[in-house]
Design a protein around this ligand. Sequence first.
Ligand code: PBG
Length: 324
Amino acid sequence: MMNIRPRRNRKNAAIRDMVQEAHLGVEHLIYPVFLKDGKGVKEEISSLPNIYRWSVDLLLKEIEECLKLGIRVFDIFPAVDDALKDQTATMSYDPDNFYLKAIQKIKETFPEVVLMSDVALDPYSSDGHDGLVENGQIVNDKTLPILAKMSVAQAQAGIDIIGPSDMMDGRVGVIREALDREGFSDTSIMSYTAKYASSFYGPFRDALNSTPKSGDKKTYQMNPGNKSEALIEANLDIEEGADMIMVKPALCYLDVVHLLKETFPVPVTAYNVSGEYAMVHAAAQKGWLDYNAAMSEMLLSIRRAGADGILTYFAKDFAKSIRD
Ligand code: PBG
């Protein structure tokens, strides 16, 4: 005699669907896209299949297509020409910056889209680091005013959600204060709160040609062995004014997503990073995994762990898979 037979709740699709706990829809997804200066540019990134560097004219068409699929939130990253990079990332807040102009254009064309940005020096830095480099050290406090200027310039261009990804101490507070001072009190901050020094960012750095010229990011990004430390970061970010907090990468850090979601009342997001996307593509290409099934299972697992929103290169493919 068995009183309890869990299989009864798995008996057929209707029952399984009725008792399913975690759900995933296009509304949860943020689509990261890469922008390049120029016209008519659609450039492949070999380590990120089906993801491109777009010039703004073609990106507008891509965004239109995504909107039809229900994707409304985009995280836009600039792929900057090496010749325009310098040690202090000056171009990041230059009004002539193609990125800032493109943001304006996108918001003019599609006022309903929500645009998120990345705040860190790396796309604009000749050192390829997220903070300012002095004598081989990443200096915290001298980086902060640059991050604040970059954030204000992005808010001015029309960014809805500022995404500090640099992991400098005190950056959320400094950015919040600068935004408020300049009249952008409605601009949100989604902080990269628990951002780990991960090996899964490789394809992204290929996309932006932003691999650090020397050293690694371990003095500012978190140690993959740590979890309690994420609580310290989250406490600080929320106190300093973050509206939403993020864990990155997603898959190796689902326990951290869960912990932050259980501990804090703010929305928690997870960044399903470039390496996680590339792995599935590589295995699917070899016929070792079913692409759509693996993608959906991954994304659902991130929701089950507790993420409200997910940044993912799968956004478009997922949206298509539920439409078809
Ligand atoms: C840089 C930044 C990185 C990513 C997002 N913002 C790379 C890094 O920290 O080196 C990685 C995203 C991905 O791998 O998809 N501030």
